[in-house]
Design a protein around this ligand. Structure first.
Ligand code: CA
Length: 225
């Protein structure tokens, strides 16, 4: 899951980023409205945390433009003001939720999770291939009923492979969905994560599920073709 934070108060933006990164989210930041608007329209995010009072373009304008372009990305607005009028303006602009500063990280976190669940309309279904089961809600993976302990990034990599079961998943697809904008795509970190996933998922099982297509990417399926 990839989140964009548009917030000119760098200290606050950094605190949010730190917390979300620890939760396994890939997080990008923009410090003014113009940059935020550019990123949200050109990159693919699962959610935007959008401050209202921003240099160059304010949050309400950004949100209105997103909706007018039919970009349906979930938006949580941040504002220093808590008057009813501001709240109405935020929600009228098309934001999905609204949080007033100061807020606790835990409060923001629970709003984010609620919104992500809601934006998927229904709880994400359990992802299954052969005897491998990934439950996105409980954040749990099992193979033949045996629990597999994954780091948040490994979990995200496995999740994208399973979402594209039987299809080729390129390194770029994995990087875009799991890592940040500034990630060095030339590095071999994806291969490292695949190797450790393979160790945890396929080791000891007769049927190998995670396959490498050299120079192309990866595929999860039961027969390796
Ligand atoms: Ca601000």
């Amino acid at each position: 899951m990839r989140i964009l934070i548009v917030e000119d108060e760098r200290r606050l933006a950094n605190i949010i980023k730190k917390g979300l990164t620890e939760e396994g989210f890939a997080v990008d930041m923009a410090y003014d409205g113009e940059e935020g608007q550019y990123l949200v329209e050109s990159e693919s995010y699962d959610l935007v945390i959008l401050d209202v009072m921003l240099p160059k373009v304010d949050g309400i304008t950004i949100c209105k433009e997103l909706r007018s372009k039919n970009i349906k990305i979930p938006v949580i607005m941040l504002t220093a003001k808590s008057t009813i009028e501001d709240k109405i303006a935020g929600l009228d602009s098309g934001a999905d939720d609204y949080i007033t500063k100061p807020f606790s990280f835990l409060e923001l976190r629970s709003r984010i999770h609620a919104l992500i669940r809601r934006s998927k309309q229904e709880p994400s279904p359990t992802l299954i291939i052969a005897d491998l089961v990934l439950d996105p809600i409980k954040h749990k993976v099992t193979r033949s009923g045996r629990k597999i302990v994954l780091t948040p990034k490994e979990f995200s990599v496995l999740e994208i492979l399973l979402h594209h079961k039987d299809e080729v998943v390129t390194r770029t697809m994995i990087i875009e969905h799991v890592w940040d904008y500034n990630f060095d795509s030339m590095s071999n970190v994806v291969d490292v994560f695949i190797a450790s996933l393979r160790r945890k998922v396929d080791k000891g099982s007769k049927v190998k599920l995670i396959h490498t297509l050299h120079g192309i990417g990866y595929k999860i399926n039961e027969n390796g073709t």
